[in-house]
Design a protein around this ligand. Structure first.
Ligand code: SF4
Length: 370
């Protein structure tokens, strides 16, 4: 039974068309494809089955999904798929729930959503459900799935649990490292939707894309849809003008500094590739930087260890086409650059140019020191 049966709203054809159109906008596809999406969704109404597993996590991703107030896309998704198993939301429990899971796995052809990291230490005993290690449950469910969608930073790269003692990994990655623990489930589409937590719209759009075209959207090297992870936060940040002008917030209480760049407060925006800056969160209210919080780059494989401590600035910053640059050198140059009326990028180019002239880039300098 579909666990959302009781809360399903009545979907009219008008709602269908509106939702199909919204999904295309999410994916950055042409509105001309709306009839095709509508047809695919109508045809697949009530199917396919979706299994949503939760491993070592805080349940924040499923909470994010359930709290979404985007009625069009979510309603259409709930009316289109049959969510057979999810520990946080399902009414069933115990043997009833486990039987529903086993039956769906036996039937095969479902979409598997994985939330939470997969602990491998102690043969997976740090996370067991119904007496079974989560790693074995994932493996069983993955083997008969038509497609696998990893939601949130934990399921994609190990996330915060990767920093603990459980040897937690994502489904395909352990940080930036591809691991092969689950390789024997064969060649099937695996889509990663990192961030902490999941952004519901990205999941809805990927499922609708799959139902419509029977393919996954174009992915980057970490299996992330380019439509959502193809652009850089720092390049598109509304505070970028302050960064370029060297106006960095240092005192949260200073009214004059409100809206200034959060780099010195630990912002990892230069490392973060996502579209939070235009998609927004909390039902399009705002996102981290708009809420005066540094970006923590939760879309990236290095999250959480490499972006920690969260509220401290990083040592250097990557400039496209230039490379990694020592932030202290930038800070020293800012005053002169601003006074001379030249942009920070030009100042940075000068710094790196000086290094290259000396035959010493930041990278090989670090190499010499180590
Ligand atoms: Fe925006 Fe952060 Fe870049 Fe500053 S460092 S411009 S706050 S992304």
């Amino acid at each position: 039974m579909d666990i959302f049966e009781l809360r399903k709203p009545q979907i009219t054809r008008r709602d269908f068309i509106k939702a199909a159109s919204a999904a295309l906008v999410l994916l950055g596809l042409s509105q001309a494809l709306t009839p095709k999406v509508v047809k695919a969704l109508e045809k697949s109404a009530g199917k396919p089955a979706v299994i949503w597993l939760e491993g070592q996590d805080c349940a924040g991703c499923v909470e994010s999904f359930l709290n979404s107030l985007e009625p069009d896309a979510v309603s259409i998704l709930l009316d289109t798929i049959s969510l057979r198993y999810n520990e946080t939301a399902m009414a069933a429990s115990g043997h009833q729930a486990e039987d529903a899971l086993a039956k769906t796995v036996e039937e095969g052809g479902y979409i598997l959503v994985i939330e939470g990291a997969i602990p491998l230490a102690e043969d997976g005993l740090f996370c067991t459900i119904g007496g079974k290690p989560f790693k074995d449950i994932v493996h069983e469910c993955a083997s008969n799935a038509a497609a696998i969608i990893c939601v949130g930073s934990c399921a994609t790269y190990g996330g915060i649990p990767r920093s603990g003692p459980t040897d937690a990994v994502g489904y395909l990655y352990r940080g930036t490292q591809k691991h092969h623990y689950f390789d024997d489930v064969g060649e099937k589409p695996v889509i990663n939707l990192p961030t902490c937590p999941l952004h519901c719209e990205r999941l809805v759009a990927v499922i609708i894309h799959y139902l419509t075209f029977s393919t996954v959207p174009e992915l980057d090297e970490f299996q992330r849809p380019l439509a959502f992870y193809g652009e850089n936060q720092h390049e598109n940040c509304e505070r970028r003008g302050h960064f370029d002008a060297g106006r960095f917030l240092t005192d949260w209480g200073d009214p004059e500094q409100q809206g200034w760049c959060l780099y010195l407060k630990g912002c990892k925006g230069p490392w973060a590739n996502q579209d939070c800056w235009k998609r927004l969160w909390n039902n399009r209210t705002n996102y981290c930087i708009q809420a005066n919080h540094p970006c923590v780059a939760c879309s990236e494989p290095e999250f959480y260890e490499s972006v920690s401590p969260m509220y401290e600035r990083q040592f250097d910053v990557e400039f496209p086409g230039i490379g990694r640059v020592d932030i202290d050198k930038i800070m020293l140059t800012i005053g002169g650059a601003v006074a001379a009326g030249i942009g920070l990028d030009m100042a940075v180019s000068k710094i790196t140019g000086d290094w290259k002239d000396n035959g010493e880039t930041n990278a090989n300098k670090e190499g010499k020191e180590s």
